[in-house]
Design a protein around this ligand. Structure first.
Ligand code: PBG
Ligand code: ZN
Length: 334
């Protein structure tokens, strides 16, 4: 048996900095507050719709009237940025997702109203992707033998992005993961005299099981195959930096890593590789897992949400897109 050695600490005692709450707050390295948060919304064509999403407690698909009302209330809590996802009219899903670019679509109409009601007090970001608008549920154009065509998908994506910009979106955020879409969208925005519209790239988007609840919300589950031929393989971190830097070269103003919690190393790597603003998307499955555990009394929701959001900020994210935003601010959890 080894002899037990008892040592006393040296001059350095890290606990001194933790002794009181005031001291801890004074030396805290990271913070999260309302200005860092972006709230996602699912907008449907029926103006008065308010359909709870069963797998995402507290989140609903809303029509224009309700979503505008909700965003107005959220503004009072300090949420100054929203990310809008759309949905076509009933029967509006087609092979090429053309409804995505309709000037009278749910997202386009909502952008117009939000800009009219809230002007520059609110940052309106729109998701640009075809999967909620295609009958097969893929993010691009699908061939009969099940391939998602890259270059052919750029045209409908570009049209969608320009339609959002024309409707008043401050920021368009392509989430499709086609190669070359950032350059194509930037050129088209400039040609359409939308040179002030920002381009936030979902540059690093992994093929993740954490999108499960979202697909119920957006009704966008692929009818055949999966998204692994365009979304990233989560075994890869170096490739994530390549994706990010390529989008910087193509003209992105702002980058995103998605999901957030299993990818804190990737957030850190992208943060160090680029000087652009960087958002992290705390996705539906990350939200639903916390909600389910909290509903069972297995986790303290307030404390877990604070810890998750601070962890994402500490990893290097400037903003966090999160369904927890309203609860966190209302409950003063941060
Ligand atoms: C679609 C899209 C997805 C999310 C945002 N845009 C899902 C997917 O790729 O299947 C995920 C958001 C979430 O899970 O909260 N391009
Ligand atoms: Zn998609």
């Amino acid at each position: 048996m080894a002899e037990m050695i008892i040592t006393t600490p040296g001059r350095t005692r890290l606990r001194r900095l933790r002794r009181t709450k005031a001291l801890r707050n004074l030396v805290a390295e990271t913070s999260v507050s309302a200005e860092h948060l972006i709230m996602p919304h699912f907008v449907v064509p029926a103006k008065r719709a308010n359909e709870p999403i069963s797998s995402m407690p507290g989140v609903s698909q809303m029509g224009l009237e309700n979503v505008v009302k909700q965003i107005g209330k959220d503004l009072e809590l300090g949420i100054r940025a929203v990310l809008l996802f759309g949905h076509p009219e009933h029967g509006g899903k087609t092979i090429d997702g053309r409804e995505a670019a309709a000037a009278n679509g749910a997202v386009q109409k909502t952008c117009e109203r939000l800009k009219r009601d809230f002007g520059n007090d609110l940052v309106v970001i729109t998701d640009v992707c075809l999967c909620a608008y295609t009958d097969h549920g893929h993010c691009g154009i699908l061939t009969t033998d099940g391939r998602v065509l890259n270059d052919d998908s750029l045209v409908p994506l570009v049209n969608m992005a320009v339609s959002h910009a024309r409707a008043g979106a401050d920021v368009v955020a392509p989430s499709d993961m086609m190669d070359g879409r950032i350059a194509a969208i930037r050129d088209a925005l400039d040609d359409a005299h939308c040179e002030d519209t920002l381009l936030l790239s979902y540059a690093v988007k992994f093929a993740s099981a954490y999108y499960g609840p979202f697909r119920e919300a957006a009704d966008s589950t692929p009818s055949m195959g999966d998204r692994q031929s365009y979304q990233m393989d989560y075994r890869n971190g170096r490739e994530a930096v390549r994706e990010a830097l390529l989008d910087v070269d193509e003209g992105a103003d702002w980058l995103m890593v998605k999901p957030a919690l299993p990818y804190l190393d990737v957030i850190r790597a992208v943060r160090e590789a680029s000087r652009l603003p960087l958002s992290a998307y705390n996705v539906s499955g990350e939200y639903s897992a916390v909600k389910a555990a909290a509903a069972n009394g297995w986790l303290d929701e307030a404390r877990v949400v604070r810890e998750n959001l601070l962890g994402i900020r500490r990893a290097g994210a400037d903003q966090i897109i999160t369904y927890h935003a309203r609860d966190a601010l209302k409950g003063k959890w941060l």
